[in-house]
Ligand binder design. Structure first.
Ligand SMILES: NC(=O)C1=CN([C@@H]2O[C@H](COP(=O)(O)OP(=O)(O)OC[C@H]3O[C@@H](n4cnc5c(N)ncnc54)[C@H](OP(=O)(O)O)[C@@H]3O)[C@@H](O)[C@H]2O)[C@@H](O)CC1
Ligand SMILES: Nc1ncnc2c1ncn2[C@@H]1O[C@H](COP(=O)(O)OP(=O)(O)OP(=O)(O)O)[C@@H](O)[C@H]1O
Ligand SMILES: [Mg+2]
Length: 358
């Protein structure tokens, strides 16, 4: 009885905070947004994070708190996929896989024994033209063996831009979509998707997490204009609508999030250090919270309006909030020498401060 009323309270809170997709709520929300003359609505991020984070419960088995896969890691970049995958584990996912090139695999394994690393991707330099079709088939078969077990894919951190490798990833994206697996697209994954928008267009389980450059490329391609910071949230709405059904998290001084229906912002104070890799933490973090949000909403009873809240928006808000909290805590400790690995070390404490384990 007590437990179910607590669940109900959490659900009612979420309904109040975000609203469902009913036309009435949407209209009201848009009017409020407009009335704020260009200011997106600040999300109640900590409460959302608290609401979707699952309890630690001795009846649960390995895997129930999330199985995440990162597609990324090549000769140049081994840090980015590691940051994304280890962040997912530190936040509370049970298993974190990395699918990368052969060159990158042993390096990534050496960073951490916790990660499950699949050395399956190939770059053009190591493949003869006549072998490309068969190798591409093998790569896809290997990822397919695992695909349906994953709660979320993160595609792009440290992927690089080799044309043959990107062709293989294009096929992986199509299969993920056929299997209804949520996909967070970041880094070079955004380079691929900006060039082939059909890969994500109309897929509501896709989240794009562009940084300043990646956002500029998307706006120019989809809206055929320049980035307009005076009308940032309207432009983000148009972009998400223009691509069709996807959610976009635009990273910056404040993170702006839109699914083409609504815009939310997360402005929690983060860190003034802009060391590389923080976006990779964010992508792993969004993957975990998006999985938890979907799990939470699917457990919501009956046809309560809560089941109509877009879990990709919830995942983005929670992921952004945690990343920024951890960056702030790391900066308090390390000041100018703050690095991405310091922020990763602060993920656990930051989550604990918002949502204690017991
Ligand atoms: N420790 C690590 O391993 C880290 C690795 N990281 C990984 O790095 C990758 C790129 O991400 P990033 O954030 O540097 O891309 P971004 O800001 O758009 O580009 C800046 C400028 O560079 C250029 N450019 C980029 N890539 C290019 C390429 N392959 N080939 C040619 N040009 C390229 C780009 O030019 P443009 O695309 O605009 O033509 C722009 O002018 C990505 O996989 C990310 O995950 C990071 O996560 C950080 C930590
Ligand atoms: N000016 C800023 N002030 C505070 N936080 C910021 C600022 N710019 C970005 N961030 C935060 O840093 C995180 C990473 O954003 P950033 O734009 O650096 O991504 P990125 O360039 O993709 O990073 P990466 O180096 O991992 O590729 C985001 O969660 C964002 O909230
Ligand atoms: Mg990035």
């Amino acid at each position: 009885m007590l437990a179910s009323s607590a669940v109900l309270r959490r659900q009612q809170f979420l309904i109040r905070t975000l609203g469902g997709y009913s036309d009435q709520t949407h209209l009201k929300r848009m009017q409020q947004t407009k009335a704020m003359s260009g200011t997106a609505l600040e999300a109640d991020a900590e409460n959302i994070l608290r609401a979707i984070t699952p309890n630690l419960d001795s009846s649960k088995h390995k895997g129930q708190a999330g199985k995440i896969a990162v597609i990324g890691g090549c000769r140049e970049y081994t840090g980015a996929p590691y940051f994304a995958a280890i962040s997912a584990l530190k936040i509370g996912a049970d298993l974190s896989h990395v699918f990368c090139t052969k060159d990158a695999a042993s390096v990534i394994k050496s960073y951490s024994p916790e990660l499950i690393v699949h050395p399956i991707l190939e770059e053009s330099y190591s493949v003869r033209d006549e072998d490309k079709p068969s190798i591409s088939g093998k790569v896809l078969a290997e990822v397919d063996k695992w695909m349906e077990r994953f709660d979320c894919l993160v595609v792009g951190p440290g992927l690089g831009r080799d044309p043959f490798l990107l062709d293989c990833v294009r096929e992986i994206l199509k299969h993920a979509r056929q299997s209804n697996v949520p996909i967070v697209i970041d880094g070079d994954g955004l380079f691929l998707v900006t060039d082939s928008l059909g890969l994500v267009s109309g897929y509501p389980l896709a989240v794009l997490t562009p940084n300043i450059n990646e956002y500029k490329r998307l706006v120019e391609k989809v809206l055929n204009c320049k980035v307009d910071d005076h009308d940032a949230h309207e432009q983000l709405l148009s972009l998400a609508k223009g691509i069709g059904s996807v959610t976009i998290l635009r990273k910056g001084k404040s993170d702006l999030i839109s699914d083409g229906e609504t815009v939310k912002s997360v402005s929690i104070y983060g860190s003034p250090r802009r060391c590389g890799g923080q976006g990779d933490i964010l992508s792993g973090s969004v993957a975990v919270f998006l999985s938890w949000a979907r799990q939470h909403l699917s457990a919501a009873e009956g046809d309560l309006p809560i089941s109509k809240i877009n879990p990709t928006i919830l995942g983005c808000i929670a992921g952004s909030a945690l990343m920024r909290k951890a960056a702030s805590l790391a900066f308090q400790n390390k000041k100018r020498s703050t690095l991405t690995s310091d922020i990763i070390e602060c993920l656990g404490q930051s989550l604990e401060d918002i949502c204690p384990a017991i």
